[in-house]
Design a protein. Structure first.
Length: 217
């Protein structure tokens, strides 16, 4: 199996593709540390969306055993015990399943670049080359929407006042957010955020992939 099939080339997605008709894989990852030079994948959680509909019954969750020492301070964050990691699958085994689960979909995540980077890193570690990625960052979309609602040149609006962490964005949309730093729980919250954002985007006339791209920069 070509693991890099997970990553669709952006030009393969037609600009006029309607957001409400696309299939999305909303996902989140947990990793060993925040050091991008040495961190390793520990878990992946994902849920399926068909347009704005969340397919709760279609979800993915796997713990990964990267076979490296996991820093104690990170365990406090992701709460994966040594015994959970020890009996988990290899990165390649998990990625093979995730690729199949994600086939043909657009990837969505909150600060999604971090999640894509760690998956690409693991792909390379498995001896596979990763391609460019079609992805949507719900944090960037939220910032874009808020700037258009709040910006008033005469008042000197400061975009730095917009909070884009997942807990704040979830609260903004009235979404319950009880368990942070669990990949599947965070993926489900992110799916609800994307659902709300899609409605706001549509109200602003953003209905196709071409319309959406400016908000992803």
């Amino acid at each position: 199996m070509r693991l890099q099939a997970l990553f669709r080339r952006e030009n393969a997605l037609q600009g006029e593709a309607r957001l409400e008709e696309l299939r999305y894989i909303v996902f989140d990852t947990e990793f060993t540390s925040l050091d991008q030079r040495t961190n390793r994948l520990l878990s992946i959680g994902a849920v399926v969306m068909e347009g704005p509909k969340i397919r709760v019954g279609e979800q993915f969750y796997c713990v990964v055993n990267p076979r490296v020492e996991v820093p104690g301070q990170s365990v406090v964050v992701h709460r994966l015990r040594a015994e959970d990691i020890e009996k988990a699958e290899s990165p390649q085994a998990v990625l093979e399943r995730f690729v199949e689960f994600s086939r043909g979909a657009v990837l969505v995540g909150h600060f999604v670049d971090y999640d894509v980077d760690i998956v690409k890193k693991e792909l390379v570690g498995c001896g596979m080359a990763a391609e460019n990625t079609t992805k949507i960052d719900t944090a960037r979309v939220h910032r874009w929407l808020e700037m258009r609602k709040q910006h008033n040149p005469t008042e000197g609006f400061d975009e730095r006042t917009i909070r884009t962490d997942l807990a704040s964005v979830a609260a903004h949309y009235g979404i319950t957010f009880e368990e942070a730093h669990h990949a599947l729980a965070d993926a489900y919250v992110t799916a609800q955020v994307w659902q709300r954002e899609m409605a706001e985007l549509a109200a602003r006339g953003v209905k196709t992939w071409k319309d959406l791209k400016p908000s992803l920069r």
